[in-house]
Design a protein around this ligand. Structure first.
Ligand SMILES: *[C@@H]1O[C@H](CO)[C@@H](O)[C@H](O)[C@H]1NC(C)=O
Ligand SMILES: *[C@@H]1O[C@H](CO)[C@@H](O)[C@H](O)[C@H]1NC(C)=O
Ligand SMILES: *[C@@H]1O[C@H](CO)[C@@H](O)[C@H](O)[C@H]1NC(C)=O
Ligand SMILES: *[C@@H]1O[C@H](CO)[C@@H](O)[C@H](O)[C@H]1NC(C)=O
Length: 424
């Protein structure tokens, strides 16, 4: 998934604030949310259609129909004629493509991502949940009954410095509502959702590409989580949607954590897929994406960010030995510095670090993983809208259906945005 962000050079703080909503939404954008916004807002088609015109995969010329089919864009109807084991074929950025150079993020000595959570109910929350017109029902924990609101009032305190606050102190959603309704617009033409702030000539866009490369799950509403097919060597169709943005923010993670993925290479003529575990497939996709960044991004005019994985809190025994719950009823952060749980997959993390390392200064890492690991209290648990109905047994055992993946808002993702703002 990625977001792109077109902007004029001034008005940074405001735009950074606007951005917050999208980063929160981006990681776990729920298909139904998109559908709902879609229905509410059909009139907004306006000026963004140019992007879809660009969205065509480069055709290859050769005879057979089968081959044409194999080279057509993947969609949810794409199937594999057969599947074999992964051959070991590689894609994208190899070690020799770029020298690996040191990337510092900020040149100063302070590591923004090393620190602790400090209770701060004077400057937080950054906005009022109920005042945000774009709030999602799966993140609005207070609206859905959460009464302990401390999750909204933790500030991230790096060890050796303070985060710049500036206008950021104002609230994301509040600032949006400070722009008169006729001067802003939301165009939820999935997979590209665009927020425009007219007076700032700015747009913040959310683009759905959960697996980075082309896949059969690129439709945010009708996708195939269970049976994912990717084209590991093709990112161009998506890149056409984001290549003109000034600032690009990417992330991808949970979609790779659902078992093996099928690979359908562009050169494959008979619809034969290969099967590979999620981590291996994610690495291929990241390398293809990195190749795009390495060859297409001019760092003097474009900034590229990669947000690292957002952890889950599915097993309370990891922070409270011998307990059998999850994030349900957790209401304080973990205080053990350096805590890791299984919600942050370390092999994935090493792979991501390695691929990003090859890009050197062309990409800035927003490393939110560890600081979010501490926040077992930040998930909706039972306090969100669920679309499924639960059985009496489930209802009598709230742990069984608690959501320990998404994050309440206001909450942890606001801090991710503050960090992003500090890196700009
Ligand atoms: C902030 O928290 C402290 C300690 O829990 C409490 O006494 C105080 O009333 C809170 N202030 C606000 C504005 O919520
Ligand atoms: C948020 O706004 C609602 C409605 O205006 C208000 O009732 C509520 O007290 C506000 N919450 C906070 C924490 O200010
Ligand atoms: C926005 O763009 C228009 C057309 O390019 C330009 O006339 C206007 O001055 C710009 N406004 C701002 C605030 O940059
Ligand atoms: C993010 O930070 C953790 C430690 O906090 C580190 O182990 C990991 O390698 C970092 N990831 C990247 C991509 O830099």
């Amino acid at each position: 998934m990625m977001q792109k962000w077109n902007r004029k050079r001034t008005h940074f703080p405001l735009l950074a604030v606007l951005f917050s909503l999208f980063i929160a939404a981006s990681i776990f954008y729920n298909e139904r949310n998109i559908q709902q916004i879609h229905e509410d807002n059909k009139q907004q088609q306006s000026s963004i259609t140019h992007t879809s015109l660009l969205a065509s995969a480069p055709p290859k010329t050769s005879g057979a129909n089968d081959q044409k089919r194999a080279l057509a864009s993947l969609d949810r109807f794409t199937t594999c004629a057969s599947t074999r084991k992964y051959s070991g074929k590689k894609t994208g950025l190899t070690d020799r493509t770029m020298e690996s150079s040191r990337r510092g993020g900020t040149p100063e000595s302070c590591n923004l991502f090393s620190g602790k959570w400090a209770f701060d109910n004077t400057s937080y929350p950054l906005y009022n949940e109920s005042h945000c017109p774009y709030m999602s029902d799966q993140l609005a924990c207070r609206k859905h009954g959460r009464t302990d609101l401390r999750y909204q009032t933790w500030r991230w305190q790096p060890h050796n410095c303070n985060l710049k606050r500036g206008q950021w102190i104002s609230m994301v959603c509040l600032l949006q509502s400070a722009i008169p309704p006729e001067k802003r617009s939301m165009s939820p033409n999935a997979p590209l959702t665009i927020f425009k702030a007219e007076e700032y000539n700015a747009s913040v866009e959310f683009y759905w590409a959960p697996l980075l490369v082309e896949s059969n799950s690129d439709d945010p509403v009708n996708h195939r989580l269970a049976d994912r097919i990717i084209r590991p060597d093709s990112v161009l169709k998506h890149a056409a949607q984001w290549e003109n943005a000034d600032i690009l923010v990417f992330n991808t993670y949970l979609w790779w954590r659902q078992g093996p993925v099928k690979l359908l290479w562009s050169s494959e003529e008979n619809g034969i897929c290969e099967e590979l575990d999620g981590l291996g497939a994610m690495e291929l996709a990241m390398e293809t994406w990195a190749e795009w960044v390495a060859s297409k991004v001019n760092p003097t005019i474009k900034r590229v960010f990669f947000v690292t994985m957002s952890p889950t809190h599915l097993w309370s025994r990891e922070w409270k030995p011998e307990s059998e719950g999850n994030c349900y009823q957790e209401n304080t952060p973990i205080e053990v510095e350096g805590y890791w749980g299984s919600g942050s997959d370390l092999p994935t993390m090493r792979m991501v670090k390695n691929v990003l390392g090859k890009l050197g200064p062309k990409v800035s890492v927003v490393n939110i993983t560890r600081l979010s690991e501490y926040r077992k209290d930040g998930h909706p648990s039972i306090y969100r809208k669920f679309w499924e109905t639960f059985s009496p047994q489930q209802l009598s055992n709230p742990t069984s259906y608690s959501d320990c993946i998404h994050w309440c808002l206001p909450g942890v993702p606001d801090v991710w945005n503050e960090l992003l703002f500090n890196l700009l």
